[in-house]
Design a protein around this ligand. Structure first.
Ligand SMILES: *[C@@H]1O[C@H](CO)[C@@H](O)[C@H](O)[C@H]1NC(C)=O
Ligand SMILES: *[C@@H]1O[C@H](CO)[C@@H](O)[C@H](O)[C@H]1NC(C)=O
Length: 387
């Protein structure tokens, strides 16, 4: 054996000691412990403004499924001042892991209760006079159709949140509406949830059992639990983007598409396949589950309020959806795949929990550049945008 590989190995191990903070602190963090328990070996640790990221070998996650073929990339409408936003690891100054590794961010563990179900069509009038803590507010549309996933282009505003335990999101959910364990979902969207990540970010979520469990191969956010298989080296669940949209100013966008491909639920973001949920997570013997296809799909905005008074947390830009371009948040080119992988423009209507706080306008017209789209948002209680 020539001395060169040995030297390289020594250098690599010195470097890895250096980047993880030195041998003087041999105690693994809870995040490192969690990865080790999932059999994932950390080859390098890097930092960005809002994340500490462990880089693990792609194949240490198991046998990687074939990704769907690349699509014709989405290009923003040249008639508008719109650009695709850039993820934290796509910045020129970002430090990446060694070739063949994928990023797993260390996370704050947030309570699973904050994501506790799909829009339930309960209007605020139906609620009794009581504390609003734990309430969810929606502008939502759903279709009960058999599908292999769907797609939308999301505006990237930083929604004001009243406190770090509230969240404000725009998302899609691809679901099976009932199994013997409850509904099953794969979800993805754009969220401001400071207790999860201090900057607005994309998220994924899944449940195999009607939002009952939170844990490896059962359900949960991002890569906080096992289940998600990370594929991209630059975009991961939880990653933040820059720059962001400004009201009546330049707009930034994020594309998100779920596709059921070769038995797995792949997610595309900014025209690349970033990872997938294995279909096997959802299997229940003798039943139709999300391991087969989806029978209901949603696009919606949601506010979760953690405190008791009516929340001032904003949806979208904070401007009402009815103000439209270039003030309101939006999702455009909304469509789903039917079971022949035909692209079907969205023709669902949107409803909002309380139109005095958040509202929506929508159009289903595939002849327009934006196809089927919705403007949605609002300032919440008190009517102040950004406060
Ligand atoms: C787009 O926004 C940027 C930043 O505000 C501005 O400099 C530029 O002139 C705008 N372009 C168009 C076509 O409006
Ligand atoms: C799927 O959608 C395409 C249009 O994109 C249509 O031509 C086809 O008939 C649809 N297939 C089914 C099974 O509905």
């Amino acid at each position: 054996m020539s001395p060169t590989p040995l030297k390289k190995m020594l250098l690599a191990s010195l470097l890895s000691i250096f980047v993880v903070g030195g041998a003087s602190n041999p105690v693994a963090s809870p995040a490192e412990d969690a990865l080790h328990k999932r059999g994932l070996e950390i080859l390098k640790t890097t930092t960005t403004e809002h994340h500490t990221i462990d880089w693990v070998p792609l194949h240490s996650q198991g046998k990687i499924a074939p990704a769907p073929p690349p699509r014709a990339p989405y290009v923003p409408d040249p008639a508008r001042n719109v650009t695709l936003a850039t993820s934290e690891l796509q910045q020129e100054t970002a430090e990446l892991g060694p070739a063949g590794t994928v990023p797993i961010p260390r996370t704050n563990l947030t309570p699973s209760i904050a994501k506790n179900g799909l829009p339930n069509k309960k209007t605020s009038q139906a609620k009794s006079k009581r504390q609003y803590s734990g309430d969810h507010w929606y502008c939502s549309s759903d279709l009960s159709v058999d599908n292999y996933g769907g797609s939308g282009v999301f505006s990237a505003f930083k929604a004001f949140v009243q406190n770090g335990g509230d969240f404000s999101l725009l998302q899609t959910a691809v679901t099976v509406s009932s199994t013997s364990k409850g509904e099953q979902t794969v979800e993805a969207g754009w969220i401001n949830y400071p207790n999860q990540v201090s900057a607005p970010h994309i998220f994924t979520y899944y449940t195999t059992d009607g939002y009952t469990g939170n844990g490896n191969n059962v359900g949960g956010w991002n890569q906080q639990v096992g289940g998600w298989v990370q594929y991209s080296s630059t975009i991961f669940p939880g990653t933040y983007f820059t720059p962001l949209s400004t009201i009546d100013g330049p707009q930034y966008e994020i594309t998100m598409e779920y596709e059921y491909y070769a038995g797995n639920w792949w997610l595309s973001v900014q025209n690349q396949w970033i990872g997938y949920y294995p279909g096997t997570l959802f299997e229940i013997s003798g039943e139709v589950t999300l391991s087969d296809y989806s029978d209901q799909i949603y696009f919606y905005g949601e506010i979760y309020q953690s405190e008791s008074g009516l929340t001032t947390t904003d949806m979208g830009s904070g401007e009402f959806g009815s103000l439209e371009w270039p003030w309101s948040a939006y999702i455009h080119n909304i469509w789903y795949y039917n079971l022949s992988y035909g692209v079907v423009p969205w023709d669902g209507t949107f409803w909002c929990s309380d139109t005095s706080r958040y509202n929506a306008v929508w159009l289903d017209d595939s002849s327009q550049a934006w196809g089927s789209f919705v403007y949605l948002g609002g300032p919440g209680a008190g009517g102040v945008v950004g406060g």
